[in-house]
Design a protein around this ligand. Structure first.
Ligand code: SF4
Length: 433
C-alpha cells in the first residue's frame, strides 16, 4: 500500500519550499516506514512530528537517497535548467540540491564570476583568512587491490621497491615532518590489511600523536570496531573517497581487493563517524565519471553524513586524476574551469564545510583556487614511504606531485596573498568540550 503525505514545517529552510514531501509505504504487514525525501531534511523536527501518528520512523539509508537521484533525473534537471533558475539559486541564502544542479550546469557559466565572488565572501565569513597545512605520511605502498588508475595497484607492473614502514621508520618520518613545523598529518596505506592491519595503523596513530596535534588516516575501509580502536590511539580524522558513485564505473575501475565492494565502501565514513571519528573527509576522483553527475551524488553524501554524524565535521577534497599508469586513459577529464565551477558551487551550498586541496594540482592553479573556498592544503608532500627521512631510498610512489614547493615557500606565498597559514587545522579543545 502506498500513500503520500504533505508535512508542513516552520523550519526556515522549508518555508521557502512550502513543505516537504514524505512518502509512506508498508514494507512489512504491520510496520510503517517513512522515507524522508528531502535534501535539507531536519529529520529530528520531522520525525518528532510524524511519530505522533506513525509507530516507527526510518531515515533513508544513503543508498536509498542515491537511488532516489538516478542519473536520468539529474540529467533531466540539467537539460531543463534556465538562466533564471541559476540567478535564483545564486540569490538564495540556503540552497538545496536543485540549486546545486543549477550552479553546476553549463547555464551557470556566464555567472561564474558572480558565483566566485559569493564563494569568496562566504569563505571569508565562515573561515576568515585561515588556511591550514597538513602533510601525508605513506606508511606502506603494498596494495592487494587493482584500481586501474593507481600507481600502487597490485597489477600496475611497477618495479620500484614496495615497503611497509617499521615503527622506527614511522617515528623518523614524523620527526622529519615535525621539524618542518607540521602539527597535522594524514597517514596512508594501500588496501592490504595482511601487511598493514588495523592494529598496525592504530600503533602508527599512537606514534604520530607524539609529534602531531592532529592525526588522520587515508586507508582501506574498516569496520566500526577498527575505527574505535584507532580513535583510542589518537586518531581524529578519516579521509576516504568514494572515487565515483556510479556503480558500473566503480566496478570497472576497482577490479580486485577489499575496495571492490562498493556497498561496504559507501557506508564507511558513516561507520567511522558513528565510531567516534570527529573529522570526515570525502570526495570523488575527478576524471573517472561525468563530474556534473558524480558531484551531485557527492553533495547528497555530504548532506547525509552531516545529518547522520552530526558530531563530526565533514570536509570535501578535490582530487583530480592527472598522472596515471601507462595504458590507462582518463575516462572523463575535467578542465581547470570546471574544477573552479564545482568548487564555488559546492561552497555556495556547503558554507560550513572545509575544502582540502592536495599537491596533485600545479602551484599556479592551487594559488588561484585558494580564494574560492579552500581551507586546508598539503605542502612539501612525498607520496612514497620513507619520503621525508630517507628520500634517497626511492620506494614506489603513488603519484607524482605537481606542486613541488617546500612548506616554507607555500607559507611565504600564503602570507603574501593575505592568508594566515596555520600548522594545526583545529582546536583540540573544541572536540574535547
Ligand atoms: S587507490 Fe588505494 S586501494 Fe586502489 S590500488 Fe591505489 S592504493 Fe590500492
Amino acid at each position: 500500500m502506498y500513500g503520500k503525505l504533505i508535512v508542513e514545517t516552520t523550519h526556515r529552510r522549508f518555508t521557502a519550499r512550502q513543505g516537504c514531501r514524505v512518502y509512506i509505504y508498508q514494507a512489512l504487514p504491520d510496520l510503517i516506514h517513512l522515507i524522508l525525501l528531502t535534501f535539507y531534511a531536519p529529520h529530528q523536527t520531522l520525525a518528532a512530528a510524524l511519530t505522533y501518528s506513525c509507530p516507527q520512523v526510518f531515515i533513508m539509508s544513503f543508498i536509498d537517497t542515491l537511488h532516489s537521484w538516478p542519473r536520468e533525473r539529474i540529467t533531466a534537471l540539467y537539460e531543463a535548467m534556465t538562466p533564471e533558475q541559476v540567478q535564483s539559486a545564486l540569490a538564495r541564502e540556503h540552497r538545496d540540491i536543485t540549486d546545486l544542479i543549477a550552479l553546476f550546469s553549463p547555464r551557470a557559466l556566464p555567472f561564474l564570476e558572480k558565483m566566485a565572488e559569493e564563494a569568496q565572501r562566504i569563505t571569508r565569513r565562515q573561515f576568515g583568512r585561515v588556511i591550514s597545512l597538513y602533510a601525508p605520511i605513506y606508511l606502506s605502498n603494498v596494495c592487494a587491490a587493482n584500481c586501474v588508475y593507481c600507481g600502487f595497484s597490485a597489477c600496475s607492473g611497477a618495479s620500484e621497491t614496495r615497503v611497509t614502514l617499521s615503527e622506527e621508520a614511522i617515528a623518523d618520518e614524523c620527526e622529519a615532518l615535525a621539524r618542518m613545523g607540521y602539527q597535522s598529518v594524514l597517514l596512508l596505506t594501500g588496501d592490504a590489511p595482511a601487511v598493514a592491519s588495523p592494529e598496525y595503523i592504530a600503533s602508527a596513530c599512537a606514534i604520530a600523536r607524539r609529534w602531531f596535534a592532529s592525526v588522520a588516516v587515508e586507508v582501506y575501509s574498516m569496520g566500526a570496531s577498527d575505527y574505535a580502536l584507532l580513535c583510542q590511539n589518537g586518531l581524529d580524522g578519516v579521509t576516504l573517497y568514494m572515487e565515483t558513485y556510479d556503480e558500473a564505473t566503480y566496478a570497472a575501475m576497482h577490479r580486485a581487493g577489499k575496495k571492490k565492494d562498493y556497498m561496504y565502501r559507501l557506508d564507511t565514513l558513516e561507520r567511522a563517524g558513528k565510531a567516534g571519528v570527529r573529522r570526515l573527509s570525502t570526495g570523488i576522483l575527478l576524471g573517472l565519471f561525468d563530474w556534473r553527475i558524480d558531484a551531485v551524488w557527492l553533495a547528497l553524501h555530504v548532506r547525509h553524513l552531516q545529518k547522520q554524524c552530526w558530531q563530526s565535521a565533514v570536509s570535501i577534497s578535490f582530487p583530480r586524476l592527472r598522472h596515471v599508469p601507462g595504458g590507462f586513459a582518463i575516462p572523463a577529464p575535467m578542465t581547470d574551469a570546471e574544477l573552479v565551477q564545482m568548487m564555488v558551487a559546492l561552497r555556495l551550498v556547503f558554507p560550513e564545510a572545509g575544502f582540502n586541496l592536495s599537491t596533485r594540482e600545479p602551484a599556479a592553479l592551487r594559488d588561484r583556487l585558494l580564494p574560492f573556498g579552500v581551507t586546508s592544503i598539503s605542502a612539501g608532500s612525498s607520496t612514497r614511504p620513507g619520503g621525508y627521512a630517507r628520500p634517497e631510498d626511492h620506494n614506489l610512489a603513488q603519484f607524482e606531485i605537481e606542486d613541488a614547493r617546500t612548506p616554507a615557500e607555500v607559507v611565504d606565498m600564503l602570507i603574501k596573498a593575505g592568508y594566515d597559514p596555520v600548522w594545526k587545522d583545529f582546536d583540540q579543545a573544541f572536540f574535547e568540550s
